[in-house]
Design a protein around this ligand. Sequence first.
Ligand SMILES: [Ca+2]
Ligand SMILES: [Ca+2]
Ligand SMILES: [Ca+2]
Length: 215
Amino acid sequence: MQRSFLFLLLTTLAGATLASGCLLSTRSRVAPNTHAPRPPAVSIPTGQAQPQLGQGVQIVEASCIQGAAEVCNGIDDNCDGQIDEGCGYSSGQVQITLAWNTGADLDVYVADPSTTNQPIYYQNNRSPAGGHLDQDARGACNPQQPNNTIENVYWENQAPPGQYRVEVHYWADGACSANNGPTTATLSVSIGGRVQTYNLQLSPDQRLPVVTFQL
Ligand SMILES: [Ca+2]
Ligand SMILES: [Ca+2]
Ligand SMILES: [Ca+2]
């Protein structure tokens, strides 16, 4: 009797386990969760991709007036597609101009599709594709320089297609720059005569990705 009872008990437990296993197995084959978030619809741009802006970078709306006097300020004041023409640095098919409002020493860094190890910046002022930093500035570290708070990069000929990445660094290794505190700047980008200007703010030692765009 005891053996029969034990057999019956084991059989019952096995059945329960099997049943439980079946239930678990059934639960493991749950239907797809229809409430799970779906991946967003992908829109494929048909034209030029939208520029990607760095954190805190803002677009400046309506930064020019036709017929206005062109001032050396990093902005296309007169809407002719050239930034600061007549100021001693050059415009081109692509022009990128940085201007700031304190004695800090800001540095623009531009990677174009032809740059490999080094972007265009003050120690590497040309890219293989013809990008040229023709205005380097040091703020209060070089007060005698004309337009000492403006840096400019341009491509005289056809700029290559591909990705362009612009960053700005606040060099703060010397009191002449670092003592100027947080600094507001504008960065203007002219592509084929169409200009977009951005506002940004940097603290000493900060390096800020400003804008990435495609040609
Ligand atoms: Ca202009
Ligand atoms: Ca200007
Ligand atoms: Ca500089």
